[in-house]
Structures are given as structure tokens and as C-alpha cells.
Design a binder for this molecule. Structure first.
Ligand SMILES: [Zn+2]
Length: 330
């Protein structure tokens, strides 16, 4: 038995037809975890959909109304890049409920993994890039609303910048003392890449992503690490280590929301970085080791993953669970 919970439902499946997004990856990840005895059936918990009230903590009433009534404009549906249907709305509400449940379980077991979610391109008033609503933001706002946390940190390692996350949490400042200087250039790893650190808020957002990729417009996260094309395991891990250290010097989160995208993989169809499957597992281990050492609960979502072979995406997602098992069972 795992020392933490996996949140999963067969209804995470996104009814989007033939698409570069492998909608079956959630079920295949669950099946592989069971078949390889990484997890057993009792490790899985089933979420309920988020309520409309939960979703409205992040999204505008106008946008939620359009989704519930099927009245997106043609342009809005195009921007979403997945075909609208009422079933799709239900799948996204369920993913958001799954991220809420995972965040709650993270406080019981120090870590919890949603075998889904990570829809970091959704904005308050529109969806884009396969993301209808922002499940991670909904979970954070719900826990804040319930008084369970004040401060959260997102650590987004999807190959694409977390533009929705940055936009949602920009400018929501809380009263704090002055922040320590972040200009310590000696801490920037050698090699190519660029790190920008900007604002403080009640949610501190970190995004490591390929600069030369979607989204074209990247609203500022608290820390953005703009990585050059083709960066490999060692440079990537150095940047991640640096971003985590820098973020945790500036900010003291009560919850880390780790967006464990599988698309920095070197064989990803929508990514241009060169991480190996082993490198991606080391990435997961690094995030978990830091959270574990500082005793900060961590909630995980899966986000993107478009490997030419779907089984590679499944392997990368399964490895995230294995990495958590290694770190948190110790
Ligand atoms: Zn992505």
C-alpha cells in the first residue's frame, strides 16, 4: 500500500476524439500502476466534481455560464483547441474536484497525486491550449476559502509556460514584510537559460518552460525560467533546483502544487526540450525531496504529455508516483 492517495476516475477521460492529447492516458496510467504493483486498488480514491461555487472562485460568472449552456463563440472554442461538449464540461469539473481532493489528502499524507488535472492554460474568462478550467487554481482558492491555507506555491514543470496560473494569481497580494533581495546572480546555474523573478502574492508561481513554444504571450509568473530549445537533464535539473531554492527563500508556502507535465521529454511532439525519461524522474524526485525536507505538503497534477509513443507518456506519469513512493515511504 502506498503511503499516500492517488485520486482517479474513469470519467477523467476527455471525449475529444482523435487528438494529439492522449485522453486515454489517465486510465492507462492507473492500469499500469496496478499491473506493476506500484499501487493497489485501495490506494485510489474517487473524486466528486467541483461545485459551480468552487469554479467561480477562479472563473468569471460569464465564462462559467457559457460553459454550462454551450454558448461559447466559435472563436472561443477554437482557442480551447478541443471540441466543446457538455460531457467535456463534466470531465473538467471532475478534474477540478480531483485536484481539490488531492490537495486535501496532501495535508493528511504529506503528498497526494491527482492522476489527471494540471490544466494550467485556463484563464478566469476563457480557456485555451486544451484547458477549459484551471483545476489547480480552483483547488488553491477552495482551500483558502475553507481557511485551510493562506499561502500556496505552484511549481510548474510542464514544457509550456503556466500562463493561466500566472494570470490568475498575479497581483493578489497579501500583507507581508519586505522580501529578501532576489538579485543573487551567483546562484544562477551555469549554461544557457534565463530566470526572471517578479512579484509576491498569496500564491507564488514558478514556471520552468521552453521559451520558444506556446504560449506566445507569457504573463509573468513569480519566477519564470525561460529555457532554450533542446536543454537536457543536467541543465534542466540545475535550473529547477535554483528556482525552488530561490522561491522558497522568498516565500513560505503551506502547500506546493506540483504540475508534473510529461512534455519536457525529448520525444514529445509539442515540446522542444531534451529530457530523458530518467531525467524526468529525477525532476520529480527533486521536487519531492525539497517538499519532504521542508515538511510542505505537495499536491501533484499531470498536465501535458504528447510523446510519439503514448506508453512513454504513461511511463513518465507512473514514474512520478514511483518517485513519490521512494521519497515519502522513507
Ligand atoms: Zn504542456
Amino acid at each position: 500500500m502506498l503511503p499516500f492517495k492517488l485520486v482517479y476516475s474513469d470519467d477523467y477521460y476527455l471525449p475529444i476524439g482523435a487528438h494529439v492529447f492522449p485522453a486515454e492516458k489517465y486510465r492507462r496510467t492507473r492500469d499500469r500502476l496496478l499491473a506493476t504493483a506500484v499501487a493497489e486498488a485501495s490506494d485510489f480514491v474517487t473524486p466528486r466534481p467541483a461545485s459551480d461555487q468552487d469554479v467561480l472562485l477562479v472563473h468569471t460568472p460569464q465564462y462559467v455560464h457559457k460553459l454550462k449552456t454551450g454558448t461559447l463563440s466559435a472563436r472561443e472554442e477554437l482557442e480551447l483547441e478541443i471540441p466543446y461538449s457538455p460531457e467535456l464540461v463534466r470531465a473538467f469539473w471532475l478534474a477540478a474536484g480531483g485536484s481539490i481532493l488531492a490537495a486535501e489528502y496532501a495535508f493528511e499524507n504529506r503528498v497526494a497525486i491527482n492522476i489527471g488535472g494540471g490544466f494550467h492554460h485556463a484563464f478566469p474568462d476563457h480557456g485555451e491550449g486544451f484547458c477549459m478550467i484551471h483545476d489547480v487554481a480552483v483547488a488553491i482558492r477552495r482551500l483558502q476559502h475553507d481557511g485551510k491555507i493562506t499561502r500556496a506555491m505552484t511549481v510548474d514543470c510542464d514544457v509550456h509556460q503556466g500562463n493561466g496560473t500566472a494570470a490568475i494569481f498575479a497581483g493578489t497580494h497579501i500583507a507581508t514584510g519586505p522580501l529578501p533581495s532576489t538579485s543573487s546572480s551567483a546562484l544562477i546555474p551555469a549554461g544557457p537559460g534565463r530566470s526572471r523573478s517578479t512579484h509576491s502574492a498569496d500564491v507564488f508561481t514558478i514556471s520552468l518552460h521552453q521559451e520558444n513554444n506556446y504560449p506566445a504571450w507569457k504573463p509573468p509568473s513569480s519566477i519564470d525560467v525561460d529555457l532554450p530549445d533542446g536543454i537536457g537533464d543536467d541543465d534542466y535539473l540545475a535550473w529547477l533546483d535554483n528556482a525552488l531554492s530561490s522561491g522558497l527563500r522568498q516565500f513560505d508556502p503551506e502547500l506546493i502544487c506540483y504540475v508534473a507535465g510529461a512534455d519536457p521529454y525529448r520525444e514529445d511532439q509539442l515540446g522542444g526540450l531534451s529530457l530523458t525519461i530518467e531525467g524526468l524522474k529525477r525532476r520529480d524526485q527533486l521536487v519531492f525531496r525539497v517538499a519532504h525536507a521542508r515538511d510542505i505538503p505537495v499536491m501533484v497534477t499531470f498536465a501535458g504529455g504528447y510523446a510519439r509513443r503514448v506508453q512513454d507518456t504513461v511511463t513518465i506519469h507512473c514514474n512520478t508516483v514511483i518517485a513519490a513512493k521512494e521519497i515519502f515511504a522513507a
